[in-house]
Design a protein around this ligand. Structure first.
Ligand code: TYD
Ligand code: MG
Length: 452
């Protein structure tokens, strides 16, 4: 008889305690410590006991390790491939997190349906019928995709052994449970155990596994932080549910850069890859409206033109309101202070609202100049020339600072038909004969001259 062993885990950070206490010493959260029954997991192995004997690993010289046999699996989804760093790595574990309803299941089902490999989509959240209904909306003709509704890992592995899929997708890790652990699905010890089993399976069979993970109300992936350490890649699917754009980014990637970004548009028939985001994100209106400015930003390796809108109005209450959507509010306050001090604008008694259109959040400093231009434009109520765009950072003393890879931004702006781009005088630019005018400025005052 296995003696029943219990331990106490913090449900917020995963710390382990020998006895109950009210507050977690590690993350200082209250009432998060819960008793969980753990049986000694003697055989936490994904294979059934009868399958072949595992061979022990031997150390190899780095140069002797053979990687040539393992090309990446092309997912046939350009955006997903790029964020992964060029496709799925055999034997890797990828975790996809995101808010409920943002489209995680849709994205992965769509990828399963497009994959030219035998794919097993395991769902613990929806029935086969529900998934079929969703699949009909996306791509009903696929012979390679199998759907399994099961939550017990031992049963899942039994099916995997029979089917031998090339890719396994699990929706979601919080619904899985393993027989070796007695606590309920979604608890720290279950998540840890199920992930360990899946990692073992992935590494031993070189099958890529993609997991969906729920997130908590403060935006972290639910379950222990250790989950993110265990997997190879952590992807985040985000966006505003009321907007049609969804952004996929890598928070951690053992096989590629974390700067890459994938953009999708949610449609009636699933998610569409947005291969040329700039054209969608800027409105190119015929009317000239004050308070609009276009920034040439960079997300990962990709230039992206986005529109910034500002509204400056007289404050109704004593304390003026400052609000920013898609832009750091602290940075907005800083830019307003710079404008006040260096350009003599009395913005102290004005409400300032700033919005990045398309529901996107950017943290590229090169957007600063467009923010300043849109605020000035709204304040003066004069529209900017509609084919102006901006790419520079603004410093505390009102200086226009250079940004990285400015030439790429200029070329993108040129491609989209902008007539003038404002950049810092200190950027070294070796482009010759561009159709776009490159306006070099060094101080905020220089910009004011162009606007008012
Ligand atoms: P879902 O993928 O279930 O989100 P998650 O798994 O992250 O909780 O749901 C995404 C939302 O997208 C859902 O509210 C319905 C909508 N949707 C579309 O707009 N078009 C589609 O083709 C599909 C399948 C879903
Ligand atoms: Mg889902």
């Amino acid at each position: 008889m296995v003696k029943v062993k219990t331990t106490f885990f913090c449900q917020s950070c995963g710390s382990q305690y020998a006895k109950w206490q009210g507050q977690c010493n590690a993350c200082k959260e209250w009432n998060t410590i819960v008793e969980e029954v753990i049986q000694t997991p003697e055989k936490s192995d994904w294979k059934s006991p009868t399958s072949s004997v595992k061979k022990a690993a031997v150390p190899l010289r780095v140069k002797d390790i053979d990687v040539s046999k393992e090309p990446r699996l092309d997912t046939t989804d350009g955006e997903f491939n790029r964020v992964l760093g060029g496709g799925l790595v055999p034997g890797s574990l990828t975790l996809l997190g995101g808010e409920p309803g943002i489209g995680k299941s849709t994205l992965l089902l769509q990828i399963s349906l497009k994959l030219p490999y035998k794919t097993l989509y395991v769902s613990g959240e929806e029935s086969q019928k529900q998934i079929k209904m969703r699949a009909e909306r996306i791509n009903p003709n696929n012979n390679n995709c199998y759907i399994l509704t099961e939550t017990k890992t031992q049963n899942i592995f039994k099916q995997i052994e029979a089917l031998e899929p090339d890719v396994v997708i699990v929706d979601s890790i919080q619904t899985l449970h393993s027989d070796y652990i007695e606590s309920s699905s979604g608890s720290i010890s279950q998540i840890k155990e199920c992930t360990t089993e899946l990692i073992k399976f992935a590494k031993e069979t070189a099958t890529p596994v993609i997991l969906i993970g729920h997130i908590t109300k403060d935006g972290n992936i639910a379950g222990p932080k250790i989950l993110e350490h265990m997997v190879d890649t952590v992807l985040q699917f985000e966006g505003d549910r009321n907007h049609i754009f969804r952004i996929l980014r890598a928070n951690k990637n053992r096989f590629g850069s974390t700067n890459e970004l994938g953009i999708y548009e949610m449609q009636g028939s699933g998610l569409r890859e947005v291969t040329n985001p700039s054209e969608i994100l800027i409105s190119k209106k015929d009317e000239e409206l004050s308070g609009n400015a276009v920034a040439a930003t960079l997300e990962g390796m990709r230039p992206l033109m986005i529109e910034v809108q500002a509204l400056v109005s007289t404050a109704v209450y004593g304390t003026p309101q400052r609000s920013a959507t898609g832009f750091n509010a602290k940075r907005l306050n800083m830019l307003l202070a710079v404008l006040e001090k260096r350009a003599g604008f009395r913005l102290g008694a004005k409400d300032v609202f700033l919005n990045i259109t398309g529901g996107i959040t950017v943290d590229d400093p090169a957007i600063d100049l467009a923010v300043v231009a849109s605020i000035l434009s709204s304040n003066e109520d004069v529209a900017l020339e509609k084919d102006f765009c901006f790419a520079a950072e603004v410093g505390l003393s009102g200086e226009i600072r250079p940004v990285q890879r400015v030439e790429q931004r200029i070329l993108e702006a040129e491609k989209l038909g902008f007539s003038t781009i404002f950049v810092s005088k200190y950027n070294k630019i070796s482009l010759k004969n561009t159709a776009i005018k490159i306006q070099m400025i060094s101080k905020i005052e220089d910009l004011v001259g162009f606007i008012v």
